[in-house]
Design a protein around this ligand. Structure first.
Ligand code: UFG
Length: 327
């Protein structure tokens, strides 16, 4: 297929681009590099542009005879979305409509969308299945839910075939350590812990040790970025006109913040000191995916389940790229 990967120079996007190319698909990456990295994808497939430029999107889709769009281009930080909701509504909602309308003009109907566990808010029941009510508690989660709802309408009214993939905690890096996670500033747990092992930070702050979990720290479901990529490919292959797939992507196994730190100690051999810090606003105590639907309907299975294996790939990336793509 000829696939336009919007936001393909970002973390999950770049790993998916690599997988699609390895499977023989023709891939074009559309990115404005506001958060993505040119170095993360082959330059021959790069198209620099903004999602708000509907005319350019139409031109690209016509010119490259695009069959399918994967949309990774979004802001994805909960705290930032609370402080700057306008940015999130503009980029994650309004700009996404330019993309959908460009697709409609050209007649491209296949769409794979990066959604998030943040659309669920703080569910009581674990693990989280797709029929758990979606009640986001921050603007980020709400912007993704708005698009999910719109996609249902586009599928029914305009014949789109869509997949909304609700990621849990994307983590790890390509097994060869050549591409990986590089955010500025970094706020995610695993890269921060590994920065301590690299000597770039003195310690890790543990945001809250009095949550109602066995060791008092928050539990998350860490899913390897290459497993997210393979789910995107599987979902793309399942798309049918007038249909909607909504799937959780996680491993079904939760790890606490302290367990992640311990896994990083094992992998790196570094003592990784921690300091207790106040809770971070908006952090749910526990988020674990029930992803049996994706496993059943996409015939997909995460290859990485052991947290040490996920951390090992991230460690390989961070050691070889101590300053990310600027290394
Ligand atoms: N944490 C720390 N110390 C740190 C960084 C993180 O204790 O220095 C803790 C957090 O409080 C949280 C856990 O580690 O309990 C994981 O935090 P991350 O920032 O790595 O990930 P989040 O679970 O907060 O965020 C992820 C995605 C978001 C998505 C969110 C949905 O990165 O895009 O899940 O809940 F919105």
């Amino acid at each position: 297929m000829k696939i336009l990967v919007v936001g393909g120079a970002g973390y999950v996007g770049s790993h998916t681009v690599r997988l699609l190319q390895s499977q023989g698909h023709e891939v074009w990456v559309f990115d404005n590099f506001s958060r993505g990295h040119r170095e993360s994808v082959p330059s021959r497939c790069l198209i620099e542009g903004n999602l708000t430029d509907r005319a350019l999107l139409i031109e690209v889709m016509r010119d490259k005879e695009i069959d399918a769009v994967m949309h990774f281009a979004a802001f994805a930080l909960v705290g930032e979305s609370v402080q700057h909701p306008a940015m999130y509504y503009q980029n994650n909602v309004s700009a996404t409509f330019e993309l959908l309308e460009a697709m409609r003009s050209v007649g491209v109907w296949r769409f794979v969308f990066s959604s998030t566990t943040a659309t669920y808010g703080q569910p009581e029941k674990m693990p989280i299945s797709e029929d758990t009510p979606q009640n986001p508690i921050n603007p980020y989660g709400f912007t993704k839910l708005v698009v999910e709802r719109a996609l249902e309408d586009y599928a029914h009214a305009y014949g789109f075939g869509v997949a909304a993939l609700r990621y849990f905690n994307a983590s790890g890096a390509a097994a060869d350590g050549t591409i990986g996670e590089d955010h500025d500033p970094e706020s995610h747990l695993i890269p921060i812990v590994l920065q301590v092992a690299l000597g770039q930070r003195p310690n890790v702050s543990i945001f809250g040790n009095d949550y109602p979990t066995p060791d008092g720290t928050c539990i998350r479901d860490y899913i390897h970025v290459d497993d997210l990529a393979s789910a995107h490919l599987a979902a793309l292959m399942k798309l049918q006109p007038n249909s909607v797939l909504q799937m959780n992507l996680g491993t079904g196994v939760g790890h606490s913040v302290l367990q992640v730190v311990e896994a990083c100690r094992k992998v790196t051999g570094h003592p990784i000191p921690t300091v207790d810090a106040p809770r971070r606003e908006g952090d749910p105590a526990c988020l674990i995916a029930d992803s049996t639907k994706a496993q059943r309907e996409l015939q997909w299975k995460p290859k990485y389940v052991a947290i040490e294996d996920i951390v090992s790939t991230a460690w390989k990336w961070h050691q070889s790229h101590p300053r990310g793509y600027a290394s």
